[in-house]
Write a protein that binds this ligand. Structure first.
Ligand SMILES: [Zn+2]
Length: 281
């Protein structure tokens, strides 16, 4: 896939189907996206989201792409235009990601509930076969296992293909490909643990997990950056990392990243830091 005039073009050299969203917010800041935000629709199929985003009167919500279970992609806004998908949000030093990002909505119910018979149902009451349920903890709620609708392989790979074209066209960096649950961690749980974000980034950027491990960041904070045992403010800091300290990112839990201080080229003390004060080396 590639991008022409801010629209996605398939391998057959034709634009993917375009259905105009009724809610838009003018041009993106700087005329191009800096971030790519992944969501699930919380619905049964792409058709529901497409009709909602294109309805009149407008729904006050929209996204650039909607991807169905079979991998069919529908574009609803050009990539240089603001969509209303992120809401109150923050990533690094940027607040309000709508003005700076492309949003992809993937057809998926998301978190599921179990009824009295033990059957899995969506929030709409639709039953979901257990073969389509992933049992997993959300990074915002460690220790709490819930059921999540599985993403289909064809829609995951279609999302990878679209994302590859977007990050290449707009020079978006791996750490700026995020979930809605990364940028609005208090309010949002999508795309959730059934969407394998690390695999997704590795496929989009063509890196193996090992190469991804080699990405280093540097502390940028005059007062240093506190490293903590858990991804929150509950415990006293383990250590204060001085401005300029180089760290190796091991994992992410929303805005809190698990990092190791790099000393003499080796991983040393490990803990969580707030990613806001980290900058790529
Ligand atoms: Zn979302």
């Amino acid at each position: 896939m590639k991008i022409r005039n801010h629209k996605l073009v398939g391998d057959d050299n034709r634009n993917v189907p375009f259905v105009k969203a009724t809610t838009t917010g003018g041009a993106l800041t700087g005329g191009k996206p800096r971030f790519l935000v992944i969501h699930y629709t919380a619905g049964a199929s792409a058709a529901g989201a497409i009709s909602w985003f294109s309805r009149k009167p407008k729904a006050n919500t929209s996204a650039h792409l909607v991807i169905d279970h079979d991998g069919e992609i529908t574009q609803m806004l050009p990539f240089d235009t603001v969509g209303w998908h992120a809401g109150e949000s923050r990533w690094k030093n940027v607040k309000g990601l709508n003005s700076h990002s492309v949003g992809i909505e993937i057809a998926n119910f998301g978190v599921l509930n179990q009824n009295a018979n033990g059957d899995w149902v969506s929030w709409t009451g639709r039953s979901v076969p257990s073969s389509r349920v992933v049992l997993a903890e959300h990074k915002h709620s460690p220790g709490v296992t819930r059921g999540w609708e599985m993403f289909d392989e064809s829609q995951f790979m279609a999302t990878v293909a679209a994302a590859q074209a977007i990050v290449e066209e707009y020079d978006i960096q791996p750490w700026d490909v995020v979930g809605h649950d990364d940028i609005s961690p208090i309010r949002k749980v999508d795309p959730g643990p059934a969407f394998r974000m690390d695999d997704f980034r590795a496929l989009v950027f063509g890196r193996s997990e090992d190469e991804w491990d080699d990405i280093l960041f540097k502390v940028r904070s005059d007062s240093g950056l506190n490293m903590r045992r858990t991804p929150d403010l509950v415990h006293a800091p383990l250590k204060n990392l001085a401005d300029g300290t180089v760290v190796h990112v091991i994992g992410r839990s929303g805005v809190w990243w698990l990092v190791a201080e790099v000393l003499n080229g080796q991983d040393d003390v490990t803990g969580y830091v707030h990613s806001h004060w980290l900058q790529p080396v």
